[in-house]
Structure formats: C-alpha cells, structure tokens
Ligand binder design. Structure first.
Ligand code: PHE
Length: 343
C-alpha cells in the first residue's frame, strides 16, 4: 500500500526527502535494497503515483510541487544508484580497515585462588624433594579407614562425617588413604605429596564446606624422626608464610600417627600480637601431622622395624582463607567473577 496521500503539498516533500534519506541509510543488503526500489522507484512505487497526480494540479502548483517532486525523484535515483550500503558489506570492509585503531581488549581469566594456593604449596614441597602422587576421590572403607588404623567403632566412621556410596565405598574424607596406596606401590625411601579433594558430610557455613582441598605429605626412610618433621614443616612455613614465621607444635590425636600433632603458625597478619583472624591468640592452626603409626606401615607392607616416617596433611581452603583475608569459604565455590578477578 502506498502512502502518497501524505505527500501532496510542497512542504511535505521535505519530509519525504528525510524519510528517503533514512531509508537509504537503513539498507543493509540486496534484499532491503530491492524492497526500497519497489516502494519508492518501482512501477507501482511512490514516485510513480505522486507524479501521476501532478497533471490534475493547477499550472502554478505543477511548477512548484511538480518541479520539486521531479528533483527529489532524480536525487533519490542517484543516491540509490550509488549503492552506499555496499561499502559496509563484504569487501567494503577492506576499504574501511583502519590499522591505527586500538585493538579490542581480550578478556583474560585468572587462576582460581584455591588453585593458586595449591600450586604454591606444591612448588615449595617439590622444591624440598617431595614427589607428586594421586589417589581416587571415591575410596573404599579399607583405604580411608581400615588401613589407617581406625578402629571399627571410631566416630569418624559415623554417617554424619562421611558420604557413603555403599556400605564399603565412600567419598574420601581426607587424602591420607593415598599414603597407603603410595606405600603399597613403592619401597622406601618415600617422599611424596598428595594433593586432592576431600568430602565431609558437614553443614555448609562460612567456615566449613562439605568439599575442600587437602595436601598430604609422607616421608618414610630409616631413622626418620620427629625432628625431621619439625624441620620440614618449619622450612615449609617460612617459605610459604614468610621468613620470620614461627611454628608451634601441640599434641593431638589421629589413629594413623603416633605421636600425633597439630601445627600452628604465628599469625602472619598481626605477627603474633593478636587480631581478629587469629582470634587474639597470635597463632593459626594450619595442619595435622605425626609419625606414621607402626600398624599403618605394617598393613601397607613396610617393615616397621627398619623404617619410620612422618606424615602431614593441610587444608588448602583454610590456608587460602587466611592468606587472602577472606571471611567466607563459600566464596571459593560460587564462581562470582567479581570475586575471582581479584586474584
Ligand atoms: N588426615 C588428617 C585430617 O584430615 C590430617 C593428617 C594427615 C594428620 C597426616 C596426620 C597425618 O585431618
């Protein structure tokens, strides 16, 4: 349907001129060009029908209106004939390529703070002579508990703490089962670190999650003593937390180590004077450790008369939390890029 009814006065042709200029600009391809040609310049187009009505006008009007209409049609044909849209189509691009324009910024990702923390810990320990080893996330009761000297009635076997897949299969609750797998497959001297994800059937809160990362350490040889454990952990702590770091060793209990220890590092935020991160104590609890229990050595096929060893295990999430001063562990798992981009 044509709308020639609108353009019957000389002034209204100014409006038409504007409309046409806009319509030519809006042409993007051959299809929209053809639509334009049919609408304005075709046999049944707007100009044809407007020009047809000129003969009915007075002589004066024919001169002014008719003259202007003719001029507009000619300029429209000229502009349309120049095919201005082709410039922005394929091939035209080359002509308007401007090599001096700045490039589009390429968005960069960043290493996840947990991965970063794990990599730094692993790098330090590998630098001290430990080798990497891995075990499965889905474990058997044997490796997660039995071989680690957990008595049958131990509370850690309670459904509350462990995600069971079946009576005998579970999601590992710590990386210590990898110790057993390494000892079964290697002869001393053994120096291994075993990073991995562990799972606990715990309520999720700002301080604890049902899934987190651990790094296990194991050193077995002749004459390995508690002094070796202490020296190793002190050296690690100074490399990781800072040269002036001190460690404090407290007695603890794990079924698979004897004696068992918990290790605190001097709070690297307040340097020991007391702050909210260390809850005014001046110390941060970072790992569990101990001398490998003779029963564990024996059940893994290691001669416990000849060899001794130490083991330690640290939580990656907790260390990352302390290190970056983050107050909610769940932020690590929400994948909010506003949080992750800061690292
Ligand atoms: N497996 C213990 C835990 O998850 C940590 C640990 C590892 C303790 C090795 C002693 C020796 O809490």
């Amino acid at each position: 349907m044509n709308d020639e009814g609108h353009y019957t006065t000389t002034q209204s042709l100014d409006q038409l001129e504007q409309e046409i200029a806009g319509a030519i600009q809006a042409i993007k391809n051959d299809d929209s060009a053809e639509a334009f040609r049919i609408k304005y310049l075709g046999k049944k187009g707007l100009f044809r029908s407007l020009l047809k009505s000129v003969k009915d006008l007075s002589l004066e009007e024919r001169k002014t209106y008719g003259g202007k209409l003719n001029a507009l049609r000619n300029s429209t044909e000229e502009r349309f004939g120049a095919k201005p849209w082709e410039e922005s189509m394929e091939g035209g691009e080359e002509e308007c390529f401007d090599p001096t324009l700045p490039a589009w910024p390429i968005p960069k990702g960043s290493i996840h703070p947990l991965t970063k923390t794990r990599n730094e810990i692993v790098d330090i320990l590998v630098g001290m002579g430990f080798e990497l080893a891995y075990g499965p996330d889905v474990e058997t009761d044997y490796y997660n508990f039995e071989a680690l000297n957990f008595p049958k009635h131990h509370p850690a076997r309670d459904m509350q703490d462990t995600f069971f897949v079946s009576a005998d299969v579970l999601l590992r609750t710590h990386t210590s089962p990898v110790q057993v797998r390494v000892m079964e497959n290697q002869k001393p001297p053994i120096r291994s670190i075993m990073p991995g994800t562990v799972y606990r059937n715990e309520e999720i809160s700002a301080r604890s999650n049902c899934q987190f990362g651990q790094i296990e350490g194991l050193y077995i040889d002749e004459n390995v003593s508690l002094a070796d454990l202490k020296g190793t952990l002190l050296s690690f702590s100074r490399q990781f937390f800072g040269e002036d770091t001190d460690i404090k060793i407290r007695p603890s209990f794990f079924p698979f180590t004897e004696p068992s220890l918990e290790v605190d590092v001097r709070c690297f935020i307040c340097k020991g004077s007391g702050c909210s991160v260390c809850k005014q104590s001046g110390w941060l609890e970072v790992l569990g450790a101990g001398m490998v229990h003779p029963n564990v050595l024996a059940s893994s096929g290691i001669d416990n008369e000849k060899y001794t060893g130490f083991a330690f295990g640290m939580g990656i999430d907790r260390i990352a939390l302390l290190r970056y001063g983050i107050n909610d562990i769940r932020l690590f798992y929400e994948n909010d890029t506003r949080f992750l981009r800061q690292f």
